[in-house]
Design a protein around this ligand. Sequence first.
Ligand code: GLC
Length: 416
Amino acid sequence: MFIRFLTLIFLLTFCAADAATITISCDSTGIEGQLCKRHAQDWAKARGHEVRFFSPPSSPTEKLALYRQLFAARSADIDVIVIDAVWPGVIRDHLIDLRPFSKGQEREHFPAIIANNTVNERLLAMPWYVDAGLLFYRKDMLERYKLSVPKTWDELERTAQYVQKAERERGNSDFHGFVFQAKAYEGLSCNALEWIASFGGGQIVETDGRISIHNPAAEQALSMAARWIGTIAPRGVLNYAEEEARGVFQSGKALFMRNWPYAWALAQQSDSPIRDRIGVALLPQSANGRHAAALGGWQLGISRYSTHPALAADLVMYLSSAAIQKERAIKGSFNPTRPQLYQDEDILSNNRFMAELGLVFAEAVSRPAAQTGLKYPQVSQAFWDTTHAVLSGKTDAPSALKKLDAKLKQIKRRSW
Ligand code: GLC
């Protein structure tokens, strides 16, 4: 009897101490949501724990605002947080150092991403997937009009104009030349940085902390994009994030789209009207500039307020492992952060662009997050607000960039 009693006490104590619930902030939409949930559930089942899902808003700007509120309240509601490439410096005080848990696994990822995720020698997040801006095009339409994939913005503009006109004349009345992300949010900072960097206009704030945005190349780049609105791009792009642009492109209503790699897997799904009719290329360059893709991507970090940091770290290591990154690459075209996976035949045969555009990550331009640290969200917001005002025709690029320069100096004050 006594032994039975002891066994019962042991079981109760053991089970209570052992089974935990880990909450992860998975996006809820599309393939991304399904994969994140399934993989986290597989982990929970294998380890005998529970996972709970927290669905954040889809905009990265709103996500960050929400996490900052939770951090301010020292909330233990979320253990594992999916983190944008530009956040480590911003939320550095609210994430734990993962090195005690990683067993050196960080050495298997691209060193540049690990450097991005390391602040004051603390590894704040494990890389999950890497993003770079790409040009998606309708292969079949370029063939129909015997046109080639544009290498410069001028070519893109001419080709878009030509095909848009010809398609509308054929009765495709709501067909557009080019769609991209021009809503006032983080995604517009990525698009506008690409235009400006491709003209040789720098990266807003340079790596040495110097504010460089007020320059003739940047003016030219923004004036060019303003010219697209209502001509080759619908006025609606002023309110498009990634998914709105993809919706138009995937329903067959646009020739070109700027987007991230995830759009490939969705456009290639069996029910997609443009399946097997698309190609992916580097974003165009200016006549004497270069191809510039914004560098993005998402990481997995752990809240400092988590009550189960070691278990949460175990989940993070599982989700960032080679096997899971491989499945995410094949099913969702999420670019792995592990160089070795770029030699994997299964991945490459599903995503030809990953092999063909290998260089895109090497040459990608970073947003000025590392150099502006905690102030990055203010810098980015000032930049996207300015760009949005120019694109909407409320102001012109030269005067808007002069004002932005003054605003950034105010944000910087004595130092970043
Ligand atoms: C993508 C990128 C991310 C960027 C966001 C902007 O998700 O990976 O880095 O901030 O787009 O919308």
